[in-house]
Design a protein. Structure first.
Length: 321
């Protein structure tokens, strides 16, 4: 049973999230099952069930999946059975047949990411048009949300210190710089009410992997400069919220990486800006995010695989000149 606080917060979310102008979507990361039968984990199944319930209650519009789509070595080709065994036969709920938008994680780069992109042509709901891309969403009341989805492995290279494949450690500097240019151009031109940037690697994290130095140095200043609403990521297998007040603005970071595994590590608690960590949870039943957009606010709610609200944060619209 939920606590009194959880019940009150869920009531608040009902008021905030279910108004006539509410526009809802779900976010999950690191959901990619197993490479052997049954090709999924208990946590992934919990999250799929929980997402379907919330999607039905909130009438969600779409899902965003933040990489490590197939553990541990991605897929081999567009006909790989993992598309069926780990995705299509797990996220079967009738309320999850809306569009899904994907990015690649480091484990996906162990395999064939181009095959994941090509699978877009074979699935009615799988949308992975390119390694990085942007989507504009507009609610019925005219509120706009721009999603900017990145390939952080192409940006930063393979960051796993114990990774054995030397080829994946090599960074294509030209491709990386092209994406950096695209990121700044895309952020600079955005007039959306809410601007949400997502990728697999976190900028800041207190957990096992910690901050991604490449993103701290190059992406973080751009997020502040262009008044981005929030950065969403996975990679660490837990849920987190961090607030970074720098450059005269506050940047919100959400990690939603526990849709397949749960890891309670806080070994990098001292590697993030002081007092920036606001929430950390590694619920053993998994977790995902519900994002609810209206003219006045974007409500981010972290929900466990058993449909208990774990945390909530309200973000305000951007000031766009």
């Amino acid at each position: 049973m939920p606590s009194i606080r959880q019940a009150l917060m869920l009531l608040l979310c009902t008021v905030l999230c279910n108004g006539e102008t509410g526009y809802n979507f779900l976010v999950l990361g690191d959901w990619g099952g197993l490479p052997i039968s049954p090709y999924r984990t208990a946590i992934e199944k919990n999250v799929a069930t929980g997402m379907n319930i919330i999607a039905g209650e909130r009438k969600t519009q779409f899902q965003v999946a933040l990489g490590d789509n197939f553990y541990f070595s991605g897929v081999a080709n567009v006909d790989d059975k993992r598309f069926q065994e780990t995705f299509e036969r797990v996220f079967t709920g009738e309320n999850l047949q809306t569009p899904w938008y994907f990015v690649a994680g480091n484990h996906d780069w162990n395999g064939n990411v181009s095959a994941q992109i090509a699978y877009t042509a074979k699935s009615k709901r799988w949308n992975f048009p390119d390694y990085y891309y942007t989507k504009m969403m507009t609610s019925q009341d005219g509120t706009t949300l721009q999603l900017v989805l990145l390939d952080t492995i192409m940006l930063c290279g393979q960051t796993e210190s114990d990774f054995k494949d030397e080829l994946l450690k090599l960074l294509d500097k030209q491709a990386s710089e092209q994406q950096w240019e695209w990121i700044e151009e895309t952020l600079a031109s955005s007039k959306a009410d809410y601007l949400l940037v997502g990728g697999h690697f976190p900028v800041y994290s207190i957990a096992e992997h910690g901050p991604t130095e490449c993103l701290v140095q190059r992406l973080r200043p751009l997020l502040h400069k262009y008044n981005v609403t929030a950065y969403i990521s996975g990679h660490d297998h837990n849920s987190q919220h961090l607030e970074d007040t720098s450059f005269g603005t506050t940047m919100n970071y959400f990690i939603l990486g526990s849709a397949n595994f749960a890891d309670p590590s806080v070994q990098h608690a001292n590697s993030v800006p002081a007092n920036s960590s606001k929430f950390h949870n590694a619920d053993l039943v998994g977790a995902f995010g519900l994002f609810t957009m209206s003219k006045s606010q974007l409500v981010v709610t972290v929900i466990s695989g058993k449909n208990l609200e774990l945390y909530q944060k309200v973000l305000l619209p951007r000031n766009v000149n």
